[in-house]
Design a binder for this molecule. Structure first.
Ligand code: ADP
Length: 171
């Protein structure tokens, strides 16, 4: 039974995350999407909100569940009996950090193996922080996130969805 965890902040979830979830669900018997309950005060969505958005987009994939966790990933993995960590690799810039984390996790928990999925080229530029930044300045985020979340993201960013012209007009 290959039980994998895909950990991340998902603040907010993007098409890049969704793509990794869908592709991993085919590879592993069971996939847990784990929202890191970090104490960052400046996150856009609460952990509960992020979990519920992820549940919405994964509800039709039977072997995917969504949960949140505190503290060390490897401790959570031991608790739930997962041994595989899924991470997405976008560009070389992701690699150095990801390699370091993967090796540290392996030292902490030798049964833990990290599997990297290369990003879908369509989403290689995409990150949650880009989405947050675009939304804050009234940019069009509909190409980055599932449509049902667009308004929620603008609301959180205190912007109305006027598209890029809103930025032009505000100058
Ligand atoms: P980010 O803020 O960069 O989206 P997360 O912590 O939410 O970061 O990312 C969780 C995981 O998803 C990481 O392994 C990250 O590399 C991966 N990921 C994020 N965006 C993409 C994307 N566009 N394509 C593939 N993987 C991605």
């Amino acid at each position: 039974m290959r039980k994998a965890i895909y950990p991340g902040s998902f603040d907010p979830v993007t098409f890049g995350h969704q793509d990794i979830i869908e592709r991993s669900s085919v590879i592993f018997d069971e996939l847990i999407v784990g929202v890191l309950n970090n104490s960052e005060k400046n996150s856009l969505f609460s952990v509960g909100e992020r979990v519920s958005m992820l549940k919405e987009i994964t509800k039709d994939i039977p072997n995917v569940t969504v949960d949140s966790f505190d503290g060390l990933l490897v401790d959570y993995m031991k608790e739930i009996g997962a041994t595989i960590i899924v991470r997405g690799l976008r560009a070389v810039t992701d690699f150095e950090y990801e390699l370091q984390i993967a090796q540290t996790n392996h030292v902490e928990y030798p049964r833990a193996e990290t599997v990297f999925l290369t990003t879908n080229l369509k989403y290689s530029y995409l990150s949650s922080s880009i989405v947050r930044e675009f939304a804050a300045y009234g940019g069009d985020i509909s190409k980055f996130v599932p449509s049902q979340f667009v308004d929620r993201i603008y609301e959180k960013s205190n912007r109305k969805q006027d598209g890029p012209t809103a930025v032009k007009n505000s100058k």
